[in-house]
Design a protein around this ligand. Structure first.
Ligand code: SAH
Ligand code: SF4
Ligand code: F3S
Length: 441
């Protein structure tokens, strides 16, 4: 039996693809292993969103070639595979096969061909017509939490971003199929599902199947209500795109306790000038109105975001506007990125004129601002009782369990393994830098 070691970089879409690839390979008689050294095949599921992410691939291929004694076949899948295609073989002689983002359903064929001695096996073609991108039968990253892709790809073409090129155009799964999967996951004991997509709220299925009975201002808010009606215990969704963020999403959360109180709404910049150059399609004013609506909910919805510092032509004044916006929004947490030029994107034609050092300074400066609101938000939870899904034994302390609250904060608490998979009432005792510590009630 051939052993396959699979390593995943990048976003949840890649994690989700990896889950399906692992399931497919097992069904074809391969064995998935967590020990790289004994693997016959090493698969790298890659990310291309920033230069650093892309470079990880080349570092890893080098390491595997130099140190792995089993001398495995090396396969590249994911976004770098899709974008670089054949050129990967020239760049790195150690790579045996390359599988694009739409070709994951044919991974077994690629491996077989590479085994038969075929050189440089390449598949960048489209998904098979009947490719099942469902998740219900798959190996999952967690027993209790499952990712359900509802829309893949991106039509937005923000000027800095490579994703529309690596993932292609938006394609939504019909709601009846999503609901079938959620019901199946619930039957299997999954407590929390994440509806995932590059922009979940741009969801637009080709027909209404499964949504007929549900009200909603947009197909996505209808879908939220439809999924809530499955009675699965918790539903989270990520990522939301500001321009398509209808206030009805907040109404749906208000109406349904199992729609969790967390919204991830990447703003990228606090300057209208920069937002325009990024082609985000939203202004600060309309972003703030959406935030106001979110904050007005009685559900105490937590708000997280993504921010980019050092986009071409960003001045100190623009950057100050980003800090002001962060203060206004009081984010519960944020991912901050230094702008990274991506070949082939429109922004790559602009002059990358914010120096490395300036990017670093702005990054640290903004991190400080976000840290303050994050700290405040964590402190406010001390003394309160949160519902925490006990997902795993804590990495550091074997007598502690670790999981997420409904608002997506990591909470650690003393409890034993018998509580795994339960939604526990936890009284919060202490706020750490990024997490909370509590006791089981
Ligand atoms: N679809 C989501 C984001 C997906 S990419 C949205 O539009 O909100 C995840 C994050 O990576 C982005 O929000 C952005 O902050 C960051 N990112 C994307 N391209 C980048 C680049 N070229 N340089 C730096 N950060 C980038
Ligand atoms: Fe990239 Fe913009 Fe699409 Fe998000 S919306 S994936 S940032 S192009
Ligand atoms: Fe990276 Fe591709 Fe996701 S570029 S962020 S793995 S869609």
């Amino acid at each position: 039996m051939k052993k396959v070691y699979l390593e995943t970089f990048g976003c949840q879409m890649n994690v989700s693809d990896s889950e399906r690839v692992a399931t497919l390979l097992e069904s074809k008689g391969f064995e998935m292993t967590s020990e790289e050294d004994s693997a016959d095949v090493v698969l790298l599921n890659t990310c291309s969103v920033r230069e650093k992410a892309e470079h990880k691939l080349y570092t890893r291929v080098g390491q595997i070639q130099n140190f792995n004694e089993s001398n495995p076949l090396i396969g590249v899948m994911g976004c770098v595979a899709q974008l670089e295609g054949e050129t990967l073989f020239e760049r790195n002689k150690g790579i045996d096969f390359v599988i694009g983002t739409k070709a994951v359903g044919r991974i077994d064929t690629a491996i077989e061909k590479a085994y038969q001695g075929k050189k440089k096996v390449l598949d960048l073609n489209n998904r098979e017509f009947d490719y099942d991108w469902s998740t219900s039968e798959t190996q999952r990253h967690s027993k209790y939490v499952a990712f359900v892709p509802i829309i893949e790809g991106c039509n937005k073409f923000c000027t800095y971003c490579i994703v529309p090129f690596s993932r292609g155009r938006e394609k939504s799964l019909v709601a009846s199929e999503i609901i079938r999967q959620v019901l199946e996951l619930r039957r299997q004991g999954v407590k929390e599902i994440h509806l995932i997509g590059q922009n979940v709220n741009s969801y637009r299925p080709r027909n209404d199947s499964g949504l007929e009975k549900f009200k909603g201002a947009t197909p996505f808010s209808k879908l939220l209500r439809a999924v809530a009606a499955t009675d699965i215990e918790r539903i989270k969704f990520t990522t939301s795109f500001p321009r398509d963020f209808h206030q009805d999403i907040v109404d749906a959360i208000d109406e349904n306790q199992n729609l969790c109180n967390w919204v991830h709404l990447p703003v990228q910049s606090g300057s209208d000038k920069v937002l325009k150059a990024m082609r985000r399609g939203h202004t600060i004013e309309n972003y703030k109105r959406r935030i106001d609506k979110i904050k007005s909910s009685d559900r105490n919805i937590s708000l997280t975001t993504d921010l980019i510092v050092g986009f071409p032509s960003e001045t100190l004044e623009d950057f100050k506007e980003t800090k002001d916006l962060a203060k206004y929004c009081q984010f519960d947490s944020a991912y901050i990125f230094k702008y990274s030029q991506r070949p082939g994107t429109p922004a790559a034609e602009m002059k990358d004129d914010v120096t490395k050092e300036e990017k670093r300074e702005r990054f640290l400066d903004l991190e400080n601002v976000v840290r303050k609101s994050q700290k405040k938000s964590l402190k406010l939870k001390v003394g309160k009782t949160l519902e925490v899904l006990a997902e795993k034994v804590s990495n550091k302390k074997p007598n502690q369990l670790s999981g997420h609250s409904t608002c997506q904060t990591v909470v650690n608490f003393d409890a034993n393994k018998s509580n795994l998979g339960d939604i526990c009432k936890v009284q919060i005792q202490e706020a750490k830098a990024n997490t909370l510590l509590g006791k089981l009630l």
